[in-house]
Design a binder for this molecule. Structure first.
Ligand SMILES: CC(C)(COP(=O)(O)OP(=O)(O)OC[C@H]1O[C@@H](n2cnc3c(N)ncnc32)[C@H](O)[C@@H]1OP(=O)(O)O)[C@@H](O)C(=O)NCCC(=O)NCCS
Length: 212
């Protein structure tokens, strides 16, 4: 039996999330994609959604009329936005599931909360804890005993070593690397291609090699 699913945000990443849904369903049908939800879709995105044969159902308030047990996935990278939409969805009595692309690999003891999306080619090893609505994007790696807090976004090809802790809503830029045992504070941003060699405090932007 399939479960209804909506994706919040019909922009580029939202449509990439649908790729993950389609890849999962191609192995075994699990999800019934109802459509996108978007408070302000651009004309370009509406045209692409139309070409895909799908539709935008309405804004986030549409979730109030979603079928019971609809899973809400968020196709928007910003951690604070993800938290706000997650809270709205839960006030409508909706939660989510977990999406793992069939080409991703995960190790033992993966503990992952609802809403999390693990994209194609991701490698996650052993004893990793992942919070709510975390995005682990194309080809990223996450090492042993690491913790990704709620609403974290890990962008494509980032390399997170073992025993790393990343606080809520932080963003790890594309191709950034974080060395083992380090902590990234909540709400912080790691720039693309940065090499993080020491702890990063809360609510800061670091970039470069070494990151500062
Ligand atoms: C680091 C980052 C957050 C900075 O954003 P910002 O504050 O808007 O910075 P700006 O674009 O104004 O650039 C400020 C300066 O930092 C430099 N800079 C920007 N990003 C950098 C990076 N990743 N590494 C090194 N230098 C960088 C710019 O060249 C500029 O230098 P200048 O002052 O000498 O001209 C952003 O550039 C970044 O790397 N984001 C990651 C995005 C990502 O992963 N995208 C993939 C989505 S799937």
């Amino acid at each position: 039996m399939t479960r209804p699913l909506v994706i919040v945000g019909c922009g580029g990443f939202g449509r990439e999330v649908l790729d993950v849904v389609d890849a999962v369903n191609a192995i075994e049908p699990q999800w019934d994609f109802l459509g996108f939800v978007d408070d302000g879709p651009t004309e370009d995105n509406l045209a692409i959604v139309d070409r895909m044969g799908h539709r935008v159902l309405g804004g986030v308030s549409w979730l109030d009329q979603a079928p019971p047990d609809t899973a809400v996935f968020i196709g928007i990278g910003d951690g604070a936005v993800k938290e706000r939409i997650d809270k709205a969805a839960r006030t409508f009595g909706l939660d989510s599931g977990v999406l793992i692309h069939p080409t991703a690999s995960v190790g033992a003891l993966l503990d992952v909360a609802p809403g999390t999306i693990i994209c194609a080619g991701v490698r996650i090893t052993t004893n990793v804890r992942i919070g709510r609505h975390v995005h682990v994007n194309l080809g990223a790696t996450v090492g042993h005993d690491t913790e990704l807090g709620d609403y974290v976004s890990v962008n494509p090809l980032a390399a997170i070593s073992g025993n790393v802790t990343i606080g809520a809503r932080a963003m790890v830029g594309t191709q950034a690397a974080i060395l083992q045992g380090l902590t990234v504070g909540m709400d912080s941003t790691i720039g693309g291609a940065a090499m993080v060699v020491k702890d990063v405090s809360e609510n800061v932007v670091v970039k470069g090699v070494p990151a500062r």
